[in-house]
Design a protein around this ligand. Sequence first.
Ligand SMILES: CC(C)(COP(=O)(O)OP(=O)(O)OC[C@H]1O[C@@H](n2cnc3c(N)ncnc32)[C@H](O)[C@@H]1OP(=O)(O)O)[C@@H](O)C(=O)NCCC(=O)NCCS
Length: 159
Amino acid sequence: MEPKPASASRVEVTHLVMPGDANSLGTAFGGMVMQWTDLAAGMAAMRHARLPVVTASLDQLSFLAPVRIGHMAILVAHVTAVFATSMEVNVEVSTEDPRTGERRRCCDAYLTFVALDDAGRPTRAPPLLTESEDERRREREARVRRASRLALRTALTGA
Ligand SMILES: CC(C)(COP(=O)(O)OP(=O)(O)OC[C@H]1O[C@@H](n2cnc3c(N)ncnc32)[C@H](O)[C@@H]1OP(=O)(O)O)[C@@H](O)C(=O)NCCC(=O)NCCS
């Protein structure tokens, strides 16, 4: 399988936050931001693998700034590492005030997706071609995160 660069699977999605997305404080529900995050990350993983994918895990998530009704939520997703059948995807979520253009970081998420074959079984994804020192550093950091999430899975499930 030919390695593919992270830039080829980059996804950027912008949502205008509407009242139906929000809680009684006028800011987006955390669960709504998580849904947008999962979708953006899934699209990046599918673009990389060109296969169906499922979410295997979502790492700890901290919301640093609220996303207000009438503001934009901007999600940028890219694959940071490919293991065998699984891929780690980073999603940076920012909020933008359309009147001023001011942007604030809302959250930074790491998700793992597994590529599936026609029978729905895990199947290998193309390797990641790292093109810069920054991408190589991100890939090294992804391997450290993978070790801890698999250790956590073993601790929780025994698998
Ligand atoms: C994710 C899933 C396909 C893994 O299947 P499995 O039979 O456990 O397969 P394996 O143990 O061989 O794992 C496959 C890969 O997933 C990785 N993986 C499994 N669970 C993981 C987790 N919690 N976090 C990170 N990676 C995980 C494994 O490390 C392996 O990666 P590798 O091939 O790159 O080494 C399966 O558990 C599943 O279908 N889960 C439900 C997914 C889903 O429905 N998501 C939507 C939300 S409900």
